[in-house]
Design a protein around this ligand. Structure first.
Ligand SMILES: [Zn+2]
Length: 973
């Protein structure tokens, strides 16, 4: 018996009272719900997992769109009572071995959250987080830096143009230029016009300047109080240790407080509404979206919530789903619109569905089609198999314990938080068994989903049809409006005001140049770094053209199957088609079944299957390029044989058909185009690196803008018959390759028969994959965006070269010590950093949502001067920076894994030459990197003559970069 076994409802722990203790057998955990005397709620999930996790949630319900909740989220992290340095949050990133660190603002709450496998680190970060949330300094400079401020184009010259600046201000200018963000905000405003959701909690750029400094401080005092706080902890330490730290760090300084953050019900509409919103884009032909949305019941009602989730999965969960299929096959648009599906992140939930990639004139037709299809489904009835398939997806989601994407501990938190903050039961989402049983019982008494469609949707007058329209004039109209706003707000400026703007700007810049004494912040040391990498055991069999690895892992009743195919040499024509092949092969028909039949089969017996194309580099040579197609899937143990059979059919006998191919190709092109701006730094970085690195050049052809251009040309040509012939020929080449299978399962499922797949492969591998470099010219691609994404790239050394670890550390050092300060703090960019890809050998510096271009390239160039400057000269100089750089670099070498990933990573790593020994040697070298190594690798590899440049922006950059001697070749996307 442990002490924890003695904790029962009513147990008093300090000033906390335990209200509930509940076993959660389906996730092998125990939940403790507690209440503090001050009113704070606490949910602790005790689970045998060393990834200790903390989060605190505050309900934040803004009453305007000044972005107060979001600006507070930023500024709270900029210095606190015990840690009065400029940026404790960013300063802690390299002093920690965290597996997650962030803060975020949703529509009606704000959270600060992190996780780490190191116990000392957990309590270090806890002190920082608690102090930041409850005792931030909220300095006037922080408000101006991350909120908004006037600043002259030349900050020191009061006669130069006056502008609006601020980190959040620029962040939201970028965000509100993307169609998905504009649509999402417009949808909330349309469905809940009388509630807090009608406001933009992130901030509308035109309203952010209305926030006052006092308004920010008042919002903090009211909302970030223990009485309004929901604490979440997760891990395997004794409960009291978490509680004691929170009591000592926060609670003793407060008295109870009452704040009404409740959100009422929205008054229902008596008639459906039509709403239009616009976003900046020149794609007037295919840039529109239409979305039909309904307000539903309370999202914290466990039965309602589960039923709508299931119904949404039934209606929209796969390509053959009864609502998805007619929408896509109508040809009105190319894919389901953003925001489609059941949405429970509002107190009253919503269901929405529509299409994107359409012309605005088609919006009424989309609405008619949605309503007619729903009416038909309600009258014909939903087949029981479809509901069973959807429920089976929930069984998988409930069982699976995976750190892929997000730490599992945070997935648990986000399942609990919605109902918790709205006054429901936080454990509902963690224990679906009871609600699932009630659902099955209700099904036995007659159909329920058809009634939900009738009552919740068709007869529900609280409906909005939202049309999102591309507006080619909007970008310049917004720029004009911004200039007018600045003119209006500064109309009464006296000479004194103008002098003050310059003084404040200069002092803000200077304050960012003074080095903070971060020694008051806690830190880990290099002795905390794990020198060993995980070596999970696996077995290997060789069978003909394939090799099979089997890894035993505690997978909670799931079986994972990966099939990687190392490809033989491909012609450039074949290579070009690979991304399309990967995208369509799992979405088409196979082995005599059309795409709809195959999609239903995948939904019924698997947790999803995937296909992707990947390139990699050997550990010893940057020219040792490898190209592979990877297929993968997972299933419940009882369906493992079916998983093999589905994957076999997809790999062995894909069937491409013209109508479906056209749909998919258009979907792919629209999806990729829509994502360009939000990953602008990655696209720019790839364009630059493709001029130097064979692997990046290959990537640019596969997933970069060059690849996109070719797909667009294919859509344009409309030549489906010959494309299908080419896909078939490529398919034959794929099967010539070498199969590398990996089975991950618990012992009972490990012997899975995969011979139907291993027998498919010829076993040939390319001796050499060639990939010509892009021409060595600075390139600029223009698209609809008010900000820029700038990049410079250098080609360096392969993984096993002795200089590689120093380059990895250098990337971390330049990011935290130099680029964040220059680009974000001084330049107003949302982000920026340096990164070294130790596999491809490419070193990059990039900026994200950046208002500057020429200045940023100057900053990149001066990185060498920074490293050769006074901070790193002389005895003992730069040691803190060095240690932090090594510590953060080591994180990437020891990633957070879980049973589904740890074995597969080892197996494929070993096959590719990145063995545990090679990786451990790398860690050892990294731990021994000296400052002189950083300076040496910088001076040998990152020199101007080794550099390649690229950027993405809204306009021709050349006037701006003339001073840097850079002339960009400009092309529009
Ligand atoms: Zn932000």
């Amino acid at each position: 018996m442990t002490v924890q076994d003695l904790i029962t409802p009513g147990t008093v722990l300090g000033r906390y009272t335990v209200e509930r203790v509940e076993a959660l057998p389906s996730i092998q955990a125990t939940a403790y719900l507690l209440r503090h005397e001050l009113g704070a709620r606490h949910l602790h999930i005790e689970r045998d997992d060393d990834n200790q996790t903390f989060a605190v949630f505050f309900p934040t319900v803004p009453s305007d769109s000044t972005g107060v909740a979001h600006i507070l989220e930023h500024t709270a992290l900029m210095g606190s009572r015990n840690f009065p340095v400029a940026d404790p949050f960013f300063s802690m990133i390299p002093r920690s071995l965290n597996t997650f660190m962030n803060a975020m603002t949703a529509s009606d709450w704000t959270t600060y959250l992190y996780s780490t496998r190191n116990e000392k680190d957990f309590f270090n970060l806890l002190n920082i987080y608690l102090d930041a949330a409850f005792f931030p300094l909220l300095r006037y400079e922080s408000f101006r830096r991350d909120g908004h401020r006037f600043e002259n184009a030349d900050p020191a010259d009061k006669t130069s143009e006056l502008k609006m600046q601020g980190v959040v201000y620029n962040e939201m200018k970028g965000a509100m230029a993307t169609p998905s963000s504009v649509l999402w905000k417009a949808l909330q405003k349309a469905l809940y016009p009388d509630l807090t959701y009608a406001n933009n909690s992130g901030g509308e750029p035109s309203e952010i300047p209305n926030l006052t400094y006092q308004g920010l401080k008042d919002f903090h005092a009211a909302h970030y109080h223990p009485s309004n706080a929901y604490f979440y902890t997760y891990g395997n330490l004794p409960l009291e240790r978490y509680l004691d730290a929170i009591e000592a760090g926060v609670m003793q300084d407060f008295t109870p407080n009452v704040l009404d953050v409740s959100i009422p019900d929205q008054t229902p509409f008596t008639e459906p509404q039509n709403v239009q919103a616009s976003y900046p884009s020149t794609d007037t032909e295919r840039g529109a979206q239409a979305l039909v949305a309904w307000k539903l019941g309370h999202s914290f009602d466990p039965d309602e919530n589960l039923r709508w989730k299931v119904l949404s999965e039934v209606l929209l969960g796969n390509a053959a789903a009864p609502l998805t299929r007619p929408l896509i096959e109508s040809g009105l648009g190319s894919a389901l619109s953003d925001g489609s599906g059941y949405q429970d992140e509002f107190r009253e939930a919503a269901f929405a569905v529509g299409l994107k990639g359409l012309s605005a004139a088609s919006a009424p037709a989309v609405q008619t089609l949605v309503l007619d299809t729903l009416a038909r489904i309600a009258s014909e009835g939903l087949p029981a198999e479809l509901i069973d398939s959807a429920l089976h997806q929930f069984e998988i989601a409930q069982k699976e314990v995976s750190n892929s994407g997000w730490p599992y501990s945070l997935k648990v938190a986000f399942r609990a938080v919605g109902p918790w903050l709205y006054g429901g039961d936080p454990l509902d989402g963690l224990n679906l068994d009871a609600a699932l049983a009630r659902l099955q019982e209700a099904r036995n008494n007659g159909p329920i989903f058809e009634d939900m469609i009738r009552e919740g949707l068709l007869n529900n007058t609280h409906r909005v049809t939202l049309t999102l329209v591309p507006d080619p004039e909007l970008a310049s109209a917004q720029e004009q409006a911004e200039r007018e706003m600045v003119a209006r707000l500064s109309a009464d400026f006296t000479e004194e005001d103008r002098v003050r703007v310059v003084q404040e700007a200069v002092s803000l810049l200077e304050s960012q140049d003074t080095d903070d004494d971060v020694s008051i912040l806690p830190t880990l040391t290099l002795s905390d770094v794990t020198r060993k990498v995980a070596r999970p055991a696996y077995t290997v069999e060789q069978t003909g053209g394939a090799v099979v690895g089997r890894v035993e892992q505690p997978t909670s009743g799931l079986v994972y199957l990966d099939v990687q195919v190392r490809l033989p040499e491909l012609s450039s024509e074949e290579l070009e088609l690979l991304p399309l092949y990967a995208f369509t092969v799992t979405r088409s028909g196979a082995a005599g079944q059309d795409y709809a039949a195959l999609a239903r089969r995948i939904e019924a017996v698997t947790g999803g299957i995937s296909a992707s194309v990947g390139s990699s580099t050997g550990p010893d040579s940057l020219d040792d390029l490898r190209l592979s197609m990877s297929f993968g899937g997972k299933a419940l143990s009882r369906n493992a044989g079916e998983l093999v059979s589905v994957l076999r059919d997809v790999i062995a006998q894909p069937e491409f058909e013209a109508t479906r191919l056209e749909q998919l190709l258009k979907q792919r092109v629209a999806g990729q185009k829509a994502g360009i701006v939000s990953s602008g730094n990655a696209y720019a970085g790839r364009l630059a690196a493709a001029q130097l690195s064979p692997e990046a050049a290959l990537d640019e052809q596969l997933i970069g803008l060059a690849g996109l251009k070719r797909l667009e040309a294919l859509v344009e040509s409309g030549d489906w018959a010959s494309t299908i012939e080419r896909l078939k020929a490529l398919h034959a080449r794929v099967l010539e390759g070498q199969g590398r299978l990996c089975v991950t399962a618990s012992s009972g499922d490990l012997a899975l028969d995969v011979s139907s797949i291993t027998g498919l492969f010829g076993g040939r591998q390319a001796a050499h994959v060639s990939s010509p470099l892009a021409p060595r010219v600075p390139v600029a691609r223009t698209t609809d965006t008010p900000v820029a994404y700038n990049a410079v790239a250098f080609q360096t050394v392969p993984f096993t070269h002795p200089d590689s670890p120093a380059l990895l550390a250098l990337g971390n050092l330049l990011t935290s010590e130099y680029l964040l300060r220059e680009l974000r703090e001084k330049g107003g960019a949302y982000g920026g950093g340096a990164g070294f890809n130790s596999h491809s050998g490419v070193f990059r510096m990039t900026s994200y949502r950046d208002p500057n271009i020429g200045r940023t390239f100057e900053v990149f160039r001066q990185a060498r001067d920074f490293l050769n400057g006074p901070a790193f000269q002389g005895e003992g100089a730069g040691l803190r920076e060095l240690n932090e750089a090594i510590l953060s670099a080591s994180k990437g070498l020891d990633p957070l894994t879980s049973p589904d990933t740890v074995g597969r990573m080892r197996f494929y790593g070993d096959l590719g030459g990145y063995t545990a020994d090679v990786q451990e040697a790398y860690v050892e070298r990294l731990l021994n990197v000296q400052i002189s190594d950083l300076i040496r690798v910088m001076d040998s590899y990152l020199t101007p003559d080794h550099a390649a440049y690229a950027l993405l922006a809204g306009k021709d950059p050349n006037a701006d970069t003339a001073a840097q001697g850079l002339t960009f070749k400009v092309e529009s996307i």
